[in-house]
Design a protein around this ligand. Structure first.
Ligand code: ATP
Ligand code: MG
Length: 576
């Protein structure tokens, strides 16, 4: 909280706006797509896809991938489809399928055509696996997972060929069909590609293409007991759909030779899709891994996937982050070939910039302290017309009542003011925003010596907040009339992770959890706060932006504070 009046919309250009106006050149992925279109590759067609695995909720890292894939399709007159990469029935669920589609809608993108599923292609993938066997490029291995794993060797360490590697085509076909038909137990056999056990790239050391899992699938039920691996499903699904540019994150770069190898041995219906990798989004004080996010939920560190502290799309939405700010943020971060971590303050700066324009100004007190105006005429209520938005006259005004008992912020009063404390203290005059100048006279203490009430007088001549004699006060404070206040719950948030790069040093990211990431306050709000809509974001004067909870309109989540921390960071970066 600051002593200065609330930020005005004309406040100097924030960090986000500043950096955004700098460079606007094409990133390397868009350059590649542009060149492909120009050279007539794929007949000038551009088709991308967003391929989530339905095993969790989307997070802001996914939003980067979404806006990249949908953005490129939009910019190059192409299409982008949604395909669920549902090859792993153990962890996947229909509820995630529904939630992911809802989140995409909220993010403002519309997948082209009907929703696709890798499981739509199970039959085709199976047939292609048989083709691979017939060409002598795949075999059934009877060894267990551990044996296969150690035989793979490692970097600079030779691989060991499986004793089952030279089975005949006939034997392999019969065994693979048997796997599908239930003749083998789970884990008893796998289908492997026959590539090169001495390849430098570990993914080419006879990777597993199919495993047996007697687990019902959320879409195909018990139709299948063998399931393709990611590597067998992904590129082929791209090819079936006609994807031209298959964009994924850097950790899949090592898979690219395998992606290409699989496609090169099949008679594809059309062009061979091309995989390109880009850097993941990482944000300081944040973890973007479904595995860790799930742990936060299951261990009870947060209320759920949609807790306002979560970097999930649902969490950010509850927190009051506009989808448009998320989009501008990921556009600004851009796509690079090297992983890096972006300061969370930059994201907040984009959010603050948008909310500064859109949010109505309101007054609310998070930690209320009672002020009694001793010279206030008994029973009088003054109504002030206060602007909803100082920079936007079209936003109109609302009526705010003032009476003899008020709530102010507890930390806006000090019995014995420290140096440079210009807020209320005995003998000090301050402005109550848009209302009157008041002067504290004395305070009522409880038996512990804590202030429980401030007594003050007001200057009737200062209606609207200025004195006719032109005398100045150093502080303007927010307030709420006690008789008219609505009770609200205010959630103040701090970073969910204390360390800027949680887990980066190899430690468990959960060991860096901030145990004080949420402070719940019983606050008081001005009367119009009884009429807010779920999800609406308002600015509480001097406190920050607050989003109305999606389920309970008496609960407010602090979206971001008013101060632009990013401006400070970028300034010191430019200096350094
Ligand atoms: P996580 O690591 O969080 O579990 P994932 O990669 O397993 O994520 P998927 O559902 O497979 O999750 O991801 C769908 C798409 O989103 C993939 O193309 C993936 O590369 C991309 N993606 C996931 N996380 C990020 C991120 N942090 N930044 C950019 N893209 C991401
Ligand atoms: Mg994945």
């Amino acid at each position: 909280m600051t002593d200065s009046p609330a930020s005005s919309p004309s406040a100097n250009l924030s960090g986000a706006a500043e950096v955004e106006s700098q460079t606007q050149s094409l990133d390397f992925v868009r350059e590649l797509v542009r060149d492909d279109v120009r050279s007539g590759k794929f007949q000038g067609r551009v088709q991308t896809r967003f391929p989530p695995e339905p095993n969790g909720f989307l997070h802001i890292g996914h939003a980067k991938s979404i806006y990249l894939n949908f953005g490129i399709a939009e910019e190059f007159d192409g299409i982008c489809m949604l395909r669920f990469d549902d090859t792993n029935p153990e962890t996947e669920d229909t509820s995630f399928v529904t939630a992911i589609q809802e989140d995409l809608r909220w993010l403002g993108v519309t997948p082209w055509g009907s929703v696709r599923y890798a499981s739509d292609y199970f039959e085709q993938l199976f047939e292609w696996a048989v083709t691979l066997i017939e060409k002598g490029f795949a075999y059934v291995d009877d060894q267990d997972a551990d044996t296969i794993s150690w035989q793979r060797g490692g970097y600079g360490q030779p691989g060991v060929e499986s004793p089952f590697r030279d089975r005949t085509v006939e034997e392999n076909k019969a065994l693979f069909l048997g796997m599908r038909n239930g003749e083998s137990a789970d884990g008893e056999r796998v289908l492997r590609a026959k590539i090169d056990m001495q390849a430098d790239n570990m993914w080419l050391r006879d990777p597993v293409l199919y495993r047996i899992r007697r687990i019902d699938h959320h879409r195909t039920g018990s139709d299948w007991i063998i399931y393709p691996t990611y590597d067998w499903a992904h590129g082929q699904s791209d090819a079936i759909e006609g994807v031209t540019h298959s964009l994924c994150t850097l950790e899949f770069a090592d898979h690219r030779p395998l992606y290409n190898w699989c496609l090169s041995h099949l008679d594809l219906p059309g062009d061979t899709p091309q995989q390109t990798e880009f850097a993941r989004l990482n944000i300081t004080h944040t973890v973007l891994s479904k595995r860790v996010l799930r742990k936060l939920v299951t261990d009870g560190h947060v209320d759920g996937w949609d807790d306002a502290r979560m970097p999930t799309v649902r969490g950010l939405r509850r927190r009051g982050y506009p989808a448009s700010a998320i989009r501008r943020f990921v556009d600004r971060v851009g796509v690079a070939k090297i992983n890096s971590t972006v300061e969370v303050e930059l994201l907040e700066s984009f959010v603050r910039d948008e909310l500064n324009v859109s949010a109505m100004r309101r007054m609310a007190v998070t930690k209320p302290l009672k002020v009694v105006i001793s010279n206030w005429p008994e029973g009088l209520v003054e109504w002030f017309d206060v602007a909803n938005h100082p920079g936007n006259p079209d936003a109109g005004t609302r009526r705010v009542p003032f009476a003899g008992e008020l709530w102010i912020e507890a930390e806006d009063f000090q019995l014995v003011p420290p140096p440079k404390y210009y807020r209320l203290s005995p003998g000090r005059e301050v402005r109550l925003r848009s209302a009157f100048l008041i002067t504290a006279t004395d305070a009522v203490l409880d038996e512990d010596g804590s202030v429980v009430q401030v007594n003050a007088t007001y200057d009737p001549e200062s209606r609207g907040g200025t004195a006719p004699d032109g005398r100045k006060v150093k502080s303007t404070m927010h307030w709420v009339s006690a008789a008219h206040a609505v009770d609200i719950t205010v959630n103040l948030y701090d970073r969910l992770f204390i360390h800027s790069h949680p887990g980066a040093d190899g430690s468990d990211p959960l060991s860096s959890i901030n145990q004080k990431s949420r402070e719940v306050c019983g606050g008081k709000g001005e009367p119009v706060l009884a009429e807010v809509e779920p999800g609406e974001v308002v600015q509480f004067e001097r406190l920050g932006y607050f989003a109305v909870d999606l389920d309970d309109p008496t609960v407010f989540h602090r979206t971001v504070g008013l101060r632009d921390e990013w401006a400070k960071i970028s300034k010191s970066k430019n200096k350094g």
